[in-house]
Design a protein around this ligand. Structure first.
Ligand SMILES: *Cc1c(COP(=O)(O)O)cnc(C)c1O
Length: 377
């Protein structure tokens, strides 16, 4: 869908200077000699993968990570040169793309090894891969008991070049981190088997934002932060551990304003009825833009540096807020739905809590109808 540069004032402003700030805070955290793979999957968690990646590349990031090959292709077409890891593995016809666009797949299936080997043979090239072992996440990765067998298959193909070994933590919020330590121990055993079999590799990696912050010693020599680069937190508990700047401001302007008498129903279903003479503002943003319908009668926005409550149901394209208590609101006033305005701030975590989700989902769901505007290049 074509998004026009001017017109509807609903935009997601992305501050690349703040991205740099977060990148540097994370760099300070990671142990010496450990490199950083920036996770930019899902359009860089809704921030725009190309712009974010080009900025990170300028800052010297070692590696970029995406979920699926298509996202890697998009980055290459956008001019990104850094190595790109495909975290989620490959699907049916991806082998060709892996070579054409110089992508590095994570592999955990024998048939992927075979498909990639075959394509490598056809092209008279080698294929660089990262091997994934499951240490307790239960999602992707070779189950630990099948790991030796899988490694044999890897050794069988002279076209496969192992660049890295990885796994993924699953219990970052756990008090004390027992399961994290357990997973780390299994990972060490898996790595020892790789070494025993004489398979060489460059990278060992397991930690995402949460683990690299809480357990930096479980880092291997490459860490894979995503959410924290964007200035959000895996959960509110991490706010006290590292100070970051949210890089996205979701904003719009008051589109319509009206005085209504007590007893007036607002929006579909009349779930909100005014109790007093009220001033109601209509904002040109709705659930089609990723402003969740769960924020109906729950969300808050910032106008003139103050909080205004969402009243009635969030519609597909519009949301109403009660601005009765905020002096001098006029049509065209700036409204911040997520981000800072004056001394007030609404974070992705605050919204996440209200919609019973996590910061990740709040950011990813910002719709494609909302233009991303970049500053601080
Ligand atoms: C998404 C993802 C990450 C990044 O996680 P954050 O919590 O956003 O830091 C790291 N590794 C893998 C395999 C992922 O899928």
């Amino acid at each position: 869908m074509k998004v026009f540069a001017s017109g509807r004032p609903t935009v997601a402003e992305v501050d690349l200077k703040s991205l740099e700030f977060n990148y540097r805070r994370l760099q300070e955290r990671i142990p010496k000699g450990v490199k950083l793979l920036a996770v930019v999957k899902a359009d860089a968690y809704g921030h725009g993968a190309i712009q974010v990646s080009l900025k990170l590349e300028k800052l010297g990031v070692e590696y970029l990570g995406v979920a699926i090959p298509e996202e890697g292709v998009e980055l290459r077409r956008g001019g990104v040169k850094a190595p790109i890891l495909i975290l989620g593995g490959i699907f049916g016809r991806d082998a060709d793309r892996i070579f054409r666009f110089h992508l590095t797949p994570v592999v955990f299936r024998k048939d992927s090894l075979q498909v990639l080997s075959k394509e490598a043979e056809r092209r008279r090239r080698k294929v660089r891969v990262h091997l994934k072992v499951d240490t307790g996440m239960g999602r992707l990765g070779v189950p630990f008991i099948l790991w030796p067998d899988f490694l044999k298959e890897v050794k069988r193909s002279c076209k496969i070049e192992v660049e890295g070994i990885l796994s993924h933590f699953s219990m970052m919020d756990e008090e004390g981190g027992n399961f994290t330590q357990h997973q780390w121990k299994i990972f060490q055993e898996a790595v020892a088997m790789v070494k025993e079999m004489g398979v060489s590799f460059q990278y060992l990696h397991m930690a995402s934002s949460a683990t690299l912050t809480r357990f930096p010693s479980c880092s291997g020599n490459l860490v894979r932060p995503g959410i924290m680069l964007y200035g959000a937190y895996p959960s509110p508990a991490f706010r006290d551990l590292i100070q970051l700047k949210p890089i996205m401001t979701l904003k719009t302007r008051v589109h319509f304003l009206k005085h209504v008498s007590p007893g007036t129903k607002i929006s579909y279903g009349g779930t909100f009825v005014t109790k007093r003479e009220s001033l109601i503002a209509t904002l040109p943003i709705g659930y089609a833009d990723g402003y969740s319908r769960h924020l109906s009668n729950r969300g808050e926005v910032l106008i003139r540096g103050k909080r205004a409550p969402v009243v009635g149901s969030v519609c597909m394209d519009f949301t109403m807020v009660d601005v009765t208590d905020i002096p001098h609101v006029t049509m065209g006033d700036e409204v911040v739905l997520m981000g800072r305005q004056g001394k007030e701030q609404i974070t992705a975590e605050e919204i996440a809590e209200k919609v019973n989700s996590i910061s990740y989902e709040v950011l990813c769901l910002i719709g494609k109808r909302v233009p991303r505007i970049y500053k601080g290049q």
